[in-house]
Design a binder for this molecule. Structure first.
Ligand code: ATP
Ligand code: MG
Length: 391
């Protein structure tokens, strides 16, 4: 018995009868993620997911790193498994954690015993192993109050496990257990973060990008594809839908009053997103909107934009400061790509004096020169679909 990864499930253990479904999703997501790295056995027992290598040379380091990003896991630990016998456990602790013990300023042993048939209590086992270890590592004193290093022992049904402190997982809920949403993905800083936040709540995403070639370049599209690939690591496999947006924007420019350009454009985005959502079984639309950040993000502008929708719009960034969004973007690894200097369709034909407090009737009147249905159908017919998966 040897090196293993223990994964502690997060909120899903609170979900009562749905727990099995959540857990199955989580196991599926973990298996799918690991299948790109090597052959691993993944199973669950007692609210813990176990990952074992199934072939020699399976890269446990890579597996551990990848699993840190899987939603639905609160803690991860590399552990050594052994027989449930006090001296075998002690020997395993020396072999597996000896280096850490030798380097630590102080230590203690902490035991959790879920197999109550084990002959020693948790305290007895901690005392036994702690005493023996302090004989073997005399330079590292025991400190039960504030130890520098903790030797964890778990006595479970299948085996005993020895490990150091667990690290934090990505948290959230397993992707796929809370339905599907269309997420509007620009090349900016905000929308990768809003996508991440909603996926973290267990939602499978369909990223949608509106592309205005040649006003926005091929590189701008490549940037969005790259952001999608970065997001695929935590969010799972996705299909990016690239919607041709040029004709719609030209029609707006040619036929509508300038101050309404952005609002009308955003209403088209919403209509198209909703059509894609209904067609692909998604139940909400996610955007990176943030109150007051740009002219189209006043409450009145958002109301005029969302008036074309029946589906709810999820805006997880709506009350955040830019700095908070930027620090999240850095943390999830999308920031550096987001700041590459390619234009977005929102910056094409921007009005000099956009309406910030539009009335719906005015927007509808401004839009009335367009054949909305025909433009929507034309854009939908031209969608390009790009599969996204992590490396
Ligand atoms: P971001 O940083 O995400 O681009 P932003 O602060 O620039 O956001 P806007 O340009 O007003 O704000 O866009 C608001 C939201 O609309 C974006 O967060 C995104 O969800 C969506 N959006 C904007 N442009 C596009 C696009 N070309 N394709 C898909 N969605 C878009
Ligand atoms: Mg933008």
């Amino acid at each position: 018995m040897n090196d293993i990864i223990l994964l502690k499930q997060g909120e899903i253990v609170l979900k009562g009868l749905n727990r099995r479904i959540f857990e199955q999703k989580l196991l599926g997501n973990v298996r799918r993620r690991l299948s790109r790295i090597g052959k691993f056995r993944v199973y669950s027992a007692q609210s813990t997911v176990y990952v074992e290598a199934e072939e020699d040379g399976a890269d446990m380091d890579a597996a551990f790193e990848a699993l840190k990003k899987v939603f639905g896991l609160v803690k991860l630990t590399r552990a050594a498994a052994c027989e449930k016998d006090k001296d075998t456990i002690l020997a395993k602790a020396v072999e597996y954690l000896g280096k850490d013990l030798a380097a630590a300023k102080s230590f203690k042993v902490e035991t959790r015993r879920s197999d109550k048939s084990f002959p020693l209590t948790s305290i007895q086992l901690s005392q036994y192993v702690g005493g023996e270890l302090s004989d073997r590592f005399p330079q590292t004193p025991v400190d039960v109050r504030d130890p520098d290093f903790v030797v964890h022992i778990e006595i479970r049904d299948l085996a005993a496990y020895v490990h150091a402190a667990p690290v934090h997982g990505a948290g959230g809920m397993p992707v796929g257990c809370n339905g599907t949403a269309v997420s509007l993905l620009s090349g900016g800083i905000d929308s990768p973060v809003s996508s991440y936040m909603i996926a973290k709540r267990g939602v499978h995403l369909i990223p949608v990008h509106f592309f205005s070639f040649p006003y926005t370049s091929q590189q701008a599209k490549e940037k969005v594809v790259e952001l999608g690939r970065l997001l695929a690591e935590p969010c799972g496999r996705m299909t990016l839908e690239v919607v041709p947006f040029t004709h719609i924007q030209e029609e707006i420019r040619d036929k509508c009053p300038e101050e309404y350009f952005t609002l009308i454009m955003r209403r088209f985005m919403m209509r198209l997103a909703q059509r894609i959502a209904l067609d692909r079984g998604a139940s909400a639309i996610v955007t990176g909107e943030n109150l007051g950040q740009v002219a189209s993000q006043t409450m009145e502008a958002m109301a005029a934009t969302q008036a074309v929708l029946d589906l709810p719009v999820l805006q997880p960034l709506v009350g955040m400061d830019k700095e908070e969004i930027v620090s999240l973007a850095r943390k999830i690894g999308t920031f550096e790509t987001s700041i590459l200097p390619y234009e977005d369709c929102c910056t094409v034909f921007t009005p000099r004096h956009p309406k910030t407090r539009p009335r719906l009737a005015e927007v509808e009147a401004a839009e009335s020169a367009l054949d909305v249905e025909a433009l929507v159908e034309e854009a939908l017919a031209g969608i390009e679909r790009i599969g996204l998966d992590c490396e």
